[in-house]
Design a protein around this ligand. Sequence first.
Ligand code: SPQ
Length: 428
Amino acid sequence: MKIHKNATMNGEIHIPGDKSISHRSVMFGAIADGTTVVKNFLPGADCLSTIDCFRKMGVDIEQKGTDVVIHGKGLKELKEPSDILDVGNSGTTIRLMMGILAGCEFHSTLIGDESIAKRPMKRVTGPLKQLGAKIDGRANGEYTPLSIRGGNLKAITYQSPVASAQIKSAVLLAGLQAEGTTTLTEPHKSRDHTERMLSMFGVSLHEDAQSVSIEGGQTLKATDIFVPGDISSAAFFLVAGSIVPNSRIVLKNVGLNKTRTGIIDVLKQMGANLEINEVDAKGGEPYGDLTISTSSLKGIEISGDMISRLIDEIPIIALLATQAEGTTIIKDAAELKVKETNRIDTVVSELKKLGANIEATDDGMKIHGKTTLKGGAVVSSYGDHRIGMMLGIAACITERAVQIEDTDAVRVSYPNFFEHIEFLTKTV
Ligand code: SPQ
């Protein structure tokens, strides 16, 4: 795909449904009793992998675009899959599903694509084994393929070494099926969609600042879910609106859960012209409309507990920082190394090719702005949706055209991303 520099970006778009919430709506609907109706579901490749895996375990799921109906029969009715469960590119699918499978007495095998094969799984298989699940996999359960036979779980108290919603959710979903009360503590609070949605399905949890406890043996009752727009997808157009000259973009119905809004805090600290109009909290998740316009930005430091509130937005924040006066330092973000790609390496290498003054550090990066991005280069997403989209926005401000390889990766979380770029640049 070749993108040419655009003069302005103007208009209003509806950001597709939140990926994290869409995954959970299918998983929890599948293990609940009754019919769960989901609206504004994200029909991205990752969430479709989740649907496919639960269909293989005998769950009747109807999906038409953004409407999904799940006919759940409860946890006990999940069936041993006759085939391998393939999660594609989705870390959320494999890690959360393992938490569910940890309580199921049947056998299953999980695989994913080349990227999943490199991502660490012991962070989840470790605590699940402590609960009593039998799990094996390449490198002693660190990598896929993984095989699991669950059942007979006993509650644990677990101190997670990293703030991760995937670890927390897997442990809670196994804890739901264990004898006793399972408690997980994390260094900083990670996104809390699992806790919010389990409550909507009638499960009671006990939460304080960094811990959450769940009593085993509770059942889920079907409910209706409205999925707000994904703030991680909105982030690309929040940045586009700030850095493309003479722009104003309105983003409708974007999720504003505080565990995810680090990007909004960063934009404000950097001096962006951003208006927030919170609308509602339908389905336990707050959401609202965001209006962003071209801004004069300054560099800042991003570190500590802010990182888990914007971990997936760091690639696009790095681009934002190239257009800010001064230095932006991103630290405490070593988790970036174990995402779909090593996002410290891929962000730094691809932005350098476009002319950015950026350097990698052990746990993040330093970006010196403000730089004119020259472009005129061939760059790649390396199969990572967030890198592909960051490069798509970068190409809107480069002096010369950019050729982006492997743009298909955007299907994972934002299938109509390039259509939205085209729409906004046409409405001038
Ligand atoms: O699902 P996957 O592949 O892990 O997706 C990513 C992403 O960029 O979309 C991470 F690469 O998002 C994760 C996120 O980083 C989704 C997620 C969730 O839904 O629970 C939690 C975060 O991961 P983690 O490891 O911090 O729990």
